[in-house]
Design a protein around this ligand. Sequence first.
Ligand SMILES: [Zn+2]
Length: 156
Amino acid sequence: MQCELCGRTCDCKAATVDGVLMMLCPDCLIHGELVQAPKAPSKYQKPILERIKKPPVKDIYKDMNKELVSNWNNLIKKAREKKGLTREELGFKIGERTVTIQKIENGDLRPSDKMIEKLEKELRIKLVETISEASTSLGGTRSGSRLTLGDFIKSK
Ligand SMILES: [Zn+2]
């Protein structure tokens, strides 16, 4: 690059001489005003979200695709009666109190997962239904609301 004042080839810098921007060599720079290079952007900062350590992802979907059938309490009651068991007897078999069985059959108490397993085994019934993956990922829409108009007409 050439100095626009003395014509010397040099490592010229941008400067203003009487308001005119020129490329000047170090010697001629004293005649002009050095143009300050724009400030280099401050060091790139990582977005805060990325800097915060993500907590370990919990497997929250593990049990989400299984749900108690809607008529579980009736199902238990009918299955028990079919087997000719009293609430006491069923309670004894699965290690639960009679009151607990009664509450479950009335729908007042949701059986725990362990209890469900024992009831299913003892009464040979299915108390949990598996919700399809698609509806789970869409926020848990129940299968019933996913009927299309076509399904509706067909079922009539
Ligand atoms: Zn010069």
